[in-house]
Design a protein around this ligand. Sequence first.
Ligand code: ZN
Length: 51
Amino acid sequence: MAEVTTETFRCMMCGHEYQEKVEKGEDKERSCPKCRSNSIWHLKKKRPAKE
Ligand SMILES: [Zn+2]
């Protein structure tokens, strides 16, 4: 079963921020749910610092 995480994306055109489920290793083209722009910035989550 594929690992699915919820990632945060931000539209560079209208500034809309949204979350979408992403399958691990998936690299599909995304578009803004608001303005349909495909200039989407993937906001990387901070990983907890642990040993
Ligand atoms: Zn947008």
